[in-house]
Design a protein around this ligand. Structure first.
Ligand code: DAH
Length: 357
């Protein structure tokens, strides 16, 4: 019996894989295994013999079971070590850029704009693209007869026959998100709202769907001076220049009073646009102090709070920054265009890492 013990322990120690271990287990402890058969012999022994052989066989059985289990664990550990060695990976290596797919300039610029305003304490707000006419127009102090409400400019949805509630619209600007953000958050508030907007228009600089980013800052004592500073900081950061010249032109929007359109100094010398120099001016956004009616529609008391808002075309500033001549090509899904103007998915725009590379 001590032969049995030695044979098995040696075989187990030398087993190279789980199948060999299992074969050994069956050979020793299976129904017809050597040790099982020996145990069956116990019944034919005398009482004294049994008293001596019984415990010894049981101990041997336990010992072989433990040896099998320990060896099994050892094999599993070795297999894991082997696999870890094979699949070793240096996660600190720089990723290999793959230019299979690219980030669309609109997404890139939206990320850039978001990074810049986040740095100035603006959160991102969102609203639906199918909007009620109250949010899109009335709440923004746009009266019923305003030309923007005309069917030739705005996409209206249909109501079922007999349903005479006003139809929803595809939002014509991101300004309704001002109202939703104020209703949800109250004052003080500092948000931007990038997103898609829709107007019935199509030529080299107009597409029926395009993108805007809205800005809204409401607090106790926010003034036009704050608006001017924020926009200057934004333009410098976005166009990645040290100095810019902005021109605030008096204008009119129903939702702001006073209102200003903002132009940026630029030159078109040699057919390329340069921001911050030259004698040309290019309009980039509308802005103003939020009208008291608009604050009230957002549930904010105009006696207590005031602030500024602005709205800017994302596609427009993307065209300016990256020299893309035709807006319509933005939405053609032409792979050659996307490869040419697209950005690497690995370059995340940040203020410290660089907005565009
Ligand atoms: N909603 C305007 C448009 O689509 C842009 C705009 C102008 C937004 C002035 C504003 C603002 O927030 O204050 O043309």
């Amino acid at each position: 019996m001590s032969d049995l013990r030695e044979t098995y322990l040696k075989a187990i120690a030398g087993a190279g894989d789980e199948a060999t271990l299992e074969a050994l287990r069956v050979q020793a402890l299976g129904k017809k295994g050597e040790i099982s058969l020996a145990m069956r012999e116990l019944g034919r022994m005398s009482a004294e013999e049994r008293q001596e052989a019984g415990p010894r066989l049981n101990a041997l059985k336990d010992e072989i079971n433990s040896a099998l289990a320990a060896k099994k664990q050892g094999l599993a550990d070795a297999a894991l070590d082997e696999r870890l060695r094979g699949e070793w990976l240096d996660v600190t290596l720089p990723a290999r850029p793959r230019r299979q797919g690219t980030i669309h300039p609109v997404s890139q610029v939206t990320e850039e704009v978001t990074a810049i305003f986040a740095d100035m304490g603006f959160a991102v707000a969102e609203g639906p693209q199918i909007e009620s006419d109250w949010y899109n127009f009335d709440a923004l102090n746009i009266p019923g007869h305003h030309p923007a409400r005309a069917e030739m400019d705005t996409f209206y949805t249909h109501r079922a026959d007999g349903d005479d509630r006003p139809p929803h619209v595809l939002r014509t600007h991101t300004s309704p998100v001002q109202i939703r953000a104020m209703q949800m958050q109250g004052a003080p508030i500092r948000v931007i709202a990038p997103g898609r907007v829709y107007r019935a228009d199509y030529d080299q600089t107009h597409t029926p769907m395009f993108h805007q980013v809205e800005g809204l800052a409401i607090d106790r004592d926010i003034s036009m001076a704050n608006l001017k500073w924020v926009l200057e900081e934004f333009v410098k950061a976005f166009f990645e220049v040290d100095a810019v010249d902005l021109r605030f032109r008096a204008s009119h929007f129903p939702f702001t009073e006073p209102s200003a359109e903002v132009d940026i100094r630029c030159s078109w010398e040699g057919g390329t646009l340069k921001v911050g120099e030259g004698d040309d001016w290019l309009e980039i956004l509308g802005s103003g102090m939020v009208h008291p009616h608009v604050l009230r529609a957002g549930g904010i008391d105009p006696e207590q709070w005031q602030g500024f808002a602005f709205g800017m075309g994302i596609d427009r500033i993307a065209m300016l920054k990256y020299g893309i001549p035709d807006l319509r090509a933005f939405f053609d899904s032409d792979l050659r265009w996307l490869r040419h103007y697209g950005f690497s998915a690995l370059d995340q725009p940040t203020l410290h890492g660089g907005l565009s590379r």
